[in-house]
Design a binder for this molecule. Structure first.
Ligand code: ATP
Length: 231
Protein backbone atom coordinates (compact mmCIF):
# COMPACT_ATOMS: atom_id res chain seq x y z
CA UNK A 1 0.00 0.00 0.00
CA UNK A 2 1.26 3.48 -0.78
CA UNK A 3 -1.48 5.08 1.33
CA UNK A 4 -3.16 3.44 4.27
CA UNK A 5 -5.68 4.71 6.80
CA UNK A 6 -6.00 2.63 9.96
CA UNK A 7 -8.90 3.46 12.27
CA UNK A 8 -8.72 7.18 11.48
CA UNK A 9 -11.07 9.65 13.18
CA UNK A 10 -11.06 13.40 12.52
CA UNK A 11 -13.26 16.45 12.90
CA UNK A 12 -13.50 20.12 13.70
CA UNK A 13 -13.61 21.64 17.18
CA UNK A 14 -15.58 19.37 19.46
CA UNK A 15 -17.28 17.63 16.52
CA UNK A 16 -15.92 14.30 15.24
CA UNK A 17 -16.93 14.07 11.59
CA UNK A 18 -15.29 10.84 10.41
CA UNK A 19 -14.39 7.77 12.43
CA UNK A 20 -13.07 4.25 12.10
CA UNK A 21 -11.76 4.86 8.59
CA UNK A 22 -9.65 1.95 7.38
CA UNK A 23 -8.76 1.51 3.73
CA UNK A 24 -5.73 1.64 1.49
CA UNK A 25 -4.58 2.59 -1.99
CA UNK A 26 -1.95 0.59 -3.93
CA UNK A 27 0.57 2.24 -6.27
CA UNK A 28 -1.01 2.80 -9.69
CA UNK A 29 -4.48 2.16 -8.30
CA UNK A 30 -7.46 4.52 -8.49
CA UNK A 31 -9.84 4.42 -5.55
CA UNK A 32 -13.14 6.32 -5.70
CA UNK A 33 -14.39 7.73 -2.40
CA UNK A 34 -18.13 8.22 -2.73
CA UNK A 35 -21.00 9.28 -0.50
CA UNK A 36 -23.67 11.94 -0.17
CA UNK A 37 -22.94 15.58 0.72
CA UNK A 38 -21.52 15.87 4.22
CA UNK A 39 -20.53 12.20 4.42
CA UNK A 40 -16.99 13.27 5.31
CA UNK A 41 -15.08 12.76 2.05
CA UNK A 42 -13.34 16.14 1.99
CA UNK A 43 -12.51 15.79 5.69
CA UNK A 44 -10.85 12.46 4.89
CA UNK A 45 -8.70 14.03 2.15
CA UNK A 46 -7.76 16.96 4.42
CA UNK A 47 -6.66 14.51 7.12
CA UNK A 48 -4.38 12.65 4.69
CA UNK A 49 -2.94 15.97 3.49
CA UNK A 50 -2.21 17.03 7.09
CA UNK A 51 -4.57 20.02 7.00
CA UNK A 52 -6.34 18.56 10.01
CA UNK A 53 -4.88 16.14 12.54
CA UNK A 54 -6.41 12.72 13.15
CA UNK A 55 -7.87 12.38 16.65
CA UNK A 56 -7.57 8.60 16.51
CA UNK A 57 -5.86 6.06 14.29
CA UNK A 58 -3.06 6.55 11.85
CA UNK A 59 -2.40 7.65 8.28
CA UNK A 60 0.54 5.74 6.75
CA UNK A 61 2.34 6.62 3.57
CA UNK A 62 4.76 4.17 2.05
CA UNK A 63 4.60 2.17 5.28
CA UNK A 64 5.47 5.13 7.52
CA UNK A 65 3.06 6.68 10.03
CA UNK A 66 2.73 10.37 9.17
CA UNK A 67 1.70 11.53 12.65
CA UNK A 68 1.71 15.33 12.61
CA UNK A 69 4.03 15.71 9.64
CA UNK A 70 3.55 19.19 8.12
CA UNK A 71 1.74 19.61 4.81
CA UNK A 72 4.87 20.79 2.95
CA UNK A 73 6.73 17.63 3.89
CA UNK A 74 3.81 15.48 2.75
CA UNK A 75 3.87 17.30 -0.59
CA UNK A 76 7.61 16.69 -0.85
CA UNK A 77 6.99 12.96 -0.35
CA UNK A 78 4.49 12.95 -3.20
CA UNK A 79 1.10 13.39 -1.53
CA UNK A 80 -0.95 15.89 -3.53
CA UNK A 81 -4.42 17.36 -3.20
CA UNK A 82 -6.36 18.88 -6.05
CA UNK A 83 -8.88 20.83 -3.97
CA UNK A 84 -12.51 21.35 -4.86
CA UNK A 85 -12.88 24.62 -6.73
CA UNK A 86 -9.55 24.36 -8.59
CA UNK A 87 -6.14 25.00 -7.14
CA UNK A 88 -4.81 27.56 -9.61
CA UNK A 89 -3.61 31.17 -9.36
CA UNK A 90 -6.27 32.88 -11.52
CA UNK A 91 -4.35 36.15 -11.95
CA UNK A 92 -1.23 34.43 -13.27
CA UNK A 93 -0.81 33.18 -16.81
CA UNK A 94 -0.77 29.48 -17.55
CA UNK A 95 3.04 29.46 -17.86
CA UNK A 96 3.45 31.45 -14.64
CA UNK A 97 1.23 28.98 -12.76
CA UNK A 98 3.25 26.07 -14.07
CA UNK A 99 6.63 27.70 -13.41
CA UNK A 100 5.74 28.73 -9.84
CA UNK A 101 4.57 25.26 -8.91
CA UNK A 102 7.39 23.48 -10.79
CA UNK A 103 9.93 25.56 -8.85
CA UNK A 104 8.30 24.59 -5.56
CA UNK A 105 7.99 20.89 -6.29
CA UNK A 106 11.65 20.41 -7.19
CA UNK A 107 12.29 20.53 -10.93
CA UNK A 108 15.55 18.59 -10.47
CA UNK A 109 14.96 14.91 -11.08
CA UNK A 110 11.20 15.43 -11.19
CA UNK A 111 9.13 12.64 -12.68
CA UNK A 112 6.75 15.14 -14.32
CA UNK A 113 8.10 18.42 -15.63
CA UNK A 114 6.35 21.40 -17.29
CA UNK A 115 7.04 19.87 -20.72
CA UNK A 116 5.12 16.72 -19.68
CA UNK A 117 2.11 18.79 -18.62
CA UNK A 118 2.14 20.71 -21.93
CA UNK A 119 2.39 17.41 -23.81
CA UNK A 120 -0.56 16.00 -21.86
CA UNK A 121 -2.68 19.11 -22.47
CA UNK A 122 -1.69 20.80 -25.77
CA UNK A 123 -4.34 23.47 -25.16
CA UNK A 124 -2.30 24.70 -22.19
CA UNK A 125 0.75 24.93 -24.44
CA UNK A 126 -1.22 27.13 -26.84
CA UNK A 127 -2.40 29.27 -23.95
CA UNK A 128 0.85 29.73 -22.06
CA UNK A 129 0.46 33.54 -22.07
CA UNK A 130 -3.27 33.56 -21.20
CA UNK A 131 -4.42 34.71 -17.76
CA UNK A 132 -5.55 31.37 -16.32
CA UNK A 133 -8.67 32.74 -14.61
CA UNK A 134 -10.02 33.84 -17.99
CA UNK A 135 -9.96 30.33 -19.46
CA UNK A 136 -12.96 27.97 -19.64
CA UNK A 137 -13.77 25.79 -16.64
CA UNK A 138 -12.47 22.73 -18.45
CA UNK A 139 -9.15 24.37 -19.29
CA UNK A 140 -8.79 25.62 -15.70
CA UNK A 141 -9.40 22.09 -14.43
CA UNK A 142 -6.75 20.71 -16.81
CA UNK A 143 -4.32 23.32 -15.46
CA UNK A 144 -5.23 22.44 -11.86
CA UNK A 145 -4.60 18.75 -12.61
CA UNK A 146 -1.35 19.64 -14.39
CA UNK A 147 -0.16 21.63 -11.37
CA UNK A 148 -1.09 18.81 -8.99
CA UNK A 149 1.04 16.26 -10.84
CA UNK A 150 4.17 18.41 -11.33
CA UNK A 151 7.23 17.04 -9.58
CA UNK A 152 7.08 13.47 -8.35
CA UNK A 153 3.50 12.77 -7.28
CA UNK A 154 2.94 9.34 -5.76
CA UNK A 155 -0.61 9.71 -4.50
CA UNK A 156 -2.96 12.32 -5.92
CA UNK A 157 -6.21 13.14 -4.16
CA UNK A 158 -8.82 14.78 -6.36
CA UNK A 159 -11.81 16.50 -4.74
CA UNK A 160 -14.74 16.57 -7.17
CA UNK A 161 -12.71 17.39 -10.28
CA UNK A 162 -15.73 16.93 -12.58
CA UNK A 163 -17.77 19.79 -11.11
CA UNK A 164 -18.79 22.24 -13.81
CA UNK A 165 -17.30 20.20 -16.66
CA UNK A 166 -19.18 19.01 -19.76
CA UNK A 167 -19.52 15.20 -19.89
CA UNK A 168 -17.03 14.87 -22.77
CA UNK A 169 -14.44 16.85 -20.79
CA UNK A 170 -15.01 14.70 -17.70
CA UNK A 171 -14.32 11.65 -19.84
CA UNK A 172 -11.14 13.19 -21.24
CA UNK A 173 -9.86 14.36 -17.87
CA UNK A 174 -10.56 10.98 -16.26
CA UNK A 175 -8.79 9.28 -19.19
CA UNK A 176 -5.76 11.45 -18.50
CA UNK A 177 -5.88 10.64 -14.78
CA UNK A 178 -5.89 6.96 -15.67
CA UNK A 179 -3.01 7.35 -18.15
CA UNK A 180 -0.80 9.21 -15.66
CA UNK A 181 -1.54 6.66 -12.91
CA UNK A 182 -0.72 3.73 -15.19
CA UNK A 183 2.36 5.32 -16.75
CA UNK A 184 3.94 6.50 -13.50
CA UNK A 185 2.58 4.11 -10.87
CA UNK A 186 0.80 7.06 -9.26
CA UNK A 187 -2.07 6.23 -6.94
CA UNK A 188 -5.25 8.32 -6.96
CA UNK A 189 -7.98 8.85 -4.41
CA UNK A 190 -10.94 10.38 -6.19
CA UNK A 191 -13.87 12.07 -4.43
CA UNK A 192 -16.81 12.44 -6.81
CA UNK A 193 -20.50 13.27 -6.92
CA UNK A 194 -20.50 11.96 -10.48
CA UNK A 195 -20.85 8.37 -9.33
CA UNK A 196 -21.18 6.82 -12.80
CA UNK A 197 -18.01 8.46 -14.11
CA UNK A 198 -16.06 7.67 -10.94
CA UNK A 199 -17.15 4.02 -10.98
CA UNK A 200 -16.04 3.79 -14.61
CA UNK A 201 -12.55 5.02 -13.72
CA UNK A 202 -11.92 3.40 -10.35
CA UNK A 203 -10.22 0.09 -9.57
CA UNK A 204 -11.86 0.06 -6.15
CA UNK A 205 -14.69 1.93 -4.47
CA UNK A 206 -15.07 3.14 -0.89
CA UNK A 207 -18.51 4.43 0.10
CA UNK A 208 -19.02 6.62 3.16
CA UNK A 209 -22.15 7.49 5.04
CA UNK A 210 -22.28 9.76 8.10
CA UNK A 211 -18.52 9.71 8.53
CA UNK A 212 -18.10 5.93 8.33
CA UNK A 213 -17.24 3.45 5.62
CA UNK A 214 -20.27 1.38 4.63
CA UNK A 215 -18.75 -0.37 1.61
CA UNK A 216 -15.30 -1.19 0.25
CA UNK A 217 -14.79 -3.32 -2.84
CA UNK A 218 -14.68 -3.57 -6.61
CA UNK A 219 -16.91 -1.30 -8.74
CA UNK A 220 -18.89 -4.32 -9.96
CA UNK A 221 -19.45 -5.44 -6.37
CA UNK A 222 -20.64 -1.93 -5.52
CA UNK A 223 -23.02 -1.95 -8.49
CA UNK A 224 -24.49 -5.29 -7.40
CA UNK A 225 -24.76 -4.32 -3.73
CA UNK A 226 -27.52 -2.62 -1.80
CA UNK A 227 -25.38 0.37 -0.78
CA UNK A 228 -27.21 2.71 -3.12
CA UNK A 229 -29.87 3.55 -0.59
CA UNK A 230 -27.20 5.71 1.06
CA UNK A 231 -27.30 8.09 -1.93
P1 ATP B 1 -19.41 17.60 0.34
O1 ATP B 1 -19.61 16.81 -0.88
O2 ATP B 1 -20.59 18.42 0.74
O3 ATP B 1 -18.10 18.38 0.39
P2 ATP B 1 -18.15 15.72 2.10
O4 ATP B 1 -18.49 14.29 2.12
O5 ATP B 1 -16.87 16.13 1.47
O6 ATP B 1 -19.34 16.51 1.50
P3 ATP B 1 -17.16 17.10 4.39
O7 ATP B 1 -16.91 18.37 3.64
O8 ATP B 1 -16.02 16.29 4.80
O9 ATP B 1 -18.19 16.20 3.61
O10 ATP B 1 -18.04 17.50 5.66
C1 ATP B 1 -18.46 16.57 6.63
C2 ATP B 1 -19.09 17.29 7.79
O11 ATP B 1 -18.14 18.14 8.40
C3 ATP B 1 -20.27 18.17 7.42
O12 ATP B 1 -21.25 18.00 8.41
C4 ATP B 1 -19.71 19.56 7.48
O13 ATP B 1 -20.68 20.48 7.88
C5 ATP B 1 -18.62 19.45 8.52
N1 ATP B 1 -17.51 20.39 8.24
C6 ATP B 1 -16.80 20.45 7.09
N2 ATP B 1 -15.84 21.40 7.17
C7 ATP B 1 -15.96 21.95 8.41
C8 ATP B 1 -15.25 22.99 9.10
N3 ATP B 1 -14.23 23.64 8.55
N4 ATP B 1 -15.67 23.28 10.37
C9 ATP B 1 -16.69 22.61 10.94
N5 ATP B 1 -17.39 21.63 10.35
C10 ATP B 1 -17.05 21.30 9.11
Amino acid sequence: MILELAGVAAGYGSKTVVSDLSFGVEPGQIVALLGHNGAGKTTTLKTVMGLIAPRAGEVRFDGQALGRMPVAERVARGIRLLPEGRGIFPDLTVAENIDVVAARTGAQGAMLKPADVYALFPVLDERRATRSGSMSGGQQQMLAFGLAILGTPRCLMLDEPSIGLQPNLVERLFGQVRDVCRAHGMAALLVEQNVAAAMGLADRVVIMNNGRIVFEGLPEEARASNVWHYF
